[in-house]
Design a protein around this ligand. Structure first.
Ligand SMILES: *Cc1c(COP(=O)(O)O)cnc(C)c1O
Length: 403
C-alpha cells in the first residue's frame, strides 16, 4: 500500500506546478515563424509582460533560464573595468556576483548572511564611500529562493536617492515575479530579470530582462555587449526573429500567452499577490505551532516583513528535514524542496533544512494538503513537534476569506 499513489505535488521552488491549460496551449505542431497565428499572438505578449512587471518601459526576451538572464543583464549593464555592488541575502546574489565577476567586472559584495535582510545602513556606507561614483549598478535579489529573505526594493531605491548615487538598480525577481508584489516603475528599478518557470507557470526555457529608459541610455555602447545579448533589437524588433536573435521559443510562447491571461486578465495581479500572501502565512502559522517548545524547528527568516511570499525556508534539525522530505515524497506524494545553501551536501547539518514552495499555480488545497502531509510525517517519524500546525494554517485560510 502506498498513500503516494494519486496526483503528485511538486512543492519545490522552481520549476513550479504548471496549469493544465498552459500545457494544453503548448500541445500543438510547429507553427510558422514568418507569419500567421504565432506571429500575431506574440504582439499581445509585450503589453502583458510590461504589466506583470509594473512597467511601461522596455522588455527583452531570451531563450534562457535564470542564469542566462543574469548573463543577459551583465552583458548590457557593464563595460570592461566597471564596478558592481552586489547585495547578497542568501545564495542567489552570490551566484549573480560570480557571473558578473567572470565578465571582468569588479564586484563588491555586501553579504547579509543566510537569514537577514539587506541592511540599508551598510548599503549607504558603501555608496557614500564611492565618491567617484565608480559603481555602475547595484544588484540585488527580490526574494532569495534559498533563504526566502525578501528585499524591500522601494527602500533600497530611497537609499540610493538619499545618497545621490547614480548607480542603476538591478533586481533579480526570478523567484518572486507573479507571486510577490513588485512595481518596477513605482519603485525606481532600472533592470529586472525573471524567468518562465516559477511564478509565470511556464516550463523553464524563457527569460526576460526589463529595462528602464535610464538604463538604456546609461548602457548604450557598453563594450561587454554582443549582438546575441544586446537588449535593444530584442526590445525594438523590426522583424519577428529579432525578438530572440533567431528562432522563437515557439511552444513556450503559447504557454506564456495562457499564463499571462490567467494572471492578468482572469485572476488579476493584486489578487494573485494576495493569494500568495495568504498561502505563505498559512505555512508560517503551521511552523509557529510545530516549533513551540521545539527550538530545532523554525523558519529561516524571523520577521515576517522580510519573508518572501513564494517560498519558505525552514529547519527541522538534522537529520529530520531530509527524513521528512523522503517521507512526504515517497509515502504521500508531496515533494518538498531541499535546503539550499544552508550547509554543504556532505555536511550532516544539510539534513536539517528544507523549503516549502507556494509559488505559481497553487491554491489552498495544495498548500494545506502539503502542510497536513508534513504534519502526518512528523507524527509518523516521531519528530518532536507541537501538534496542531495544520489547524493554525487552516485558520489563516479561513480568516483570509473573512478579511
Ligand atoms: C531560480 C532562481 C535563479 C536561477 O534560475 P535558473 O533558471 O535555475 O537558472 C536565480 N535567481 C533566483 C532568485 C531564483 O529563484
Amino acid at each position: 500500500m502506498s498513500l503516494a499513489n494519486g496526483r503528485p505535488y511538486l512543492a519545490i521552488p522552481g520549476p513550479s506546478t504548471m496549469p493544465d491549460r498552459v500545457l494544453r496551449a503548448m500541445h500543438q505542431g510547429a507553427p510558422n515563424i514568418y507569419d500567421g497565428p504565432l506571429v500575431e499572438m506574440v504582439e499581445s505578449l509585450w503589453p502583458d509582460l510590461r504589466a506583470v512587471a509594473g512597467t511601461t518601459q522596455n522588455v527583452a526576451m531570451y531563450i534562457a533560464n535564470g542564469h542566462g538572464v543574469w548573463e543577459a543583464a551583465n552583458a548590457n549593464l557593464f563595460s570592461r573595468g566597471d564596478r558592481a555592488l552586489v547585495l547578497a541575502t542568501g545564495r542567489f546574489g552570490l551566484s549573480w556576483a560570480d557571473s558578473v565577476r567572470a565578465r571582468g567586472v569588479t564586484v563588491d559584495v555586501l553579504d547579509f548572511g543566510k537569514s537577514s535582510p539587506v541592511d540599508l545602513d551598510r548599503v549607504e556606507q558603501a555608496l557614500r564611500a564611492d565618491v567617484t561614483h565608480s559603481i555602475k549598478a547595484v544588484l540585488t535579489t527580490h526574494v532569495d529562493t534559498a533563504s526566502s529573505v525578501r528585499t524591500d526594493v522601494a527602500a533600497l531605491r530611497a537609499c540610493l536617492d538619499a545618497v545621490g548615487h547614480p548607480a542603476l538598480l538591478a533586481v533579480d525577481c526570478i523567484a518572486s515575479l507573479g507571486c510577490d508584489e513588485f512595481r518596477m516603475d513605482d519603485w525606481g528599478v532600472d533592470v529586472m530579470v525573471a524567468a518562465s518557470q516559477k511564478g509565470l507557470m511556464v516550463p523553464p526555457g524563457i527569460g526576460f530582462v526589463w529595462f528602464s529608459e535610464k538604463a538604456r541610455a546609461a548602457c548604450r555602447g557598453n563594450d561587454l555587449n554582443t549582438p546575441y545579448w544586446d537588449w535593444t533589437p530584442r526590445a525594438d524588433a523590426s522583424e519577428f526573429w529579432h525578438y530572440w536573435n533567431g528562432t522563437a521559443p515557439t511552444h513556450h510562447l503559447f504557454g506564456l500567452r495562457e499564463s499571462l491571461t490567467m494572471l492578468l486578465h482572469e485572476e488579476g495581479l493584486p489578487q494573485v499577490w494576495r493569494r500568495h500572501d495568504v498561502l505563505a502565512r498559512a505555512v508560517w502559522a503551521a511552523f509557529d505551532v510545530w516549533s513551540q517548545g521545539n527550538p530545532q524547528i523554525g523558519l529561516n527568516v524571523a520577521d515576517p516583513v522580510h519573508r518572501g511570499r513564494s517560498v519558505t525556508a525552514a529547519r527541522f534539525g538534522a537529520p529530520h528535514a531530509t527524513r521528512l522530505r523522503d517521507w512526504t515524497e515517497h509515502r504521500a506524494g508531496v515533494t518538498l524542496g531541499i535546503g539550499l545553501g544552508m550547509a554543504a551536501a556532505d555536511d550532516p547539518a544539510y539534513h536539517g533544512f528544507l523549503r516549502v514552495a507556494h509559488m505559481g499555480h497553487v491554491n489552498a488545497h495544495m498548500t494545506l494538503g502539503a502542510l497536513a502531509v508534513m504534519e502526518a510525517g512528523l507524527v509518523a517519524l516521531d519528530i518532536p513537534h507541537d501538534p496542531g500546525g495544520i489547524v493554525a494554517a487552516a485558520g489563516v485560510v479561513a480568516q483570509a476569506e473573512r478579511d
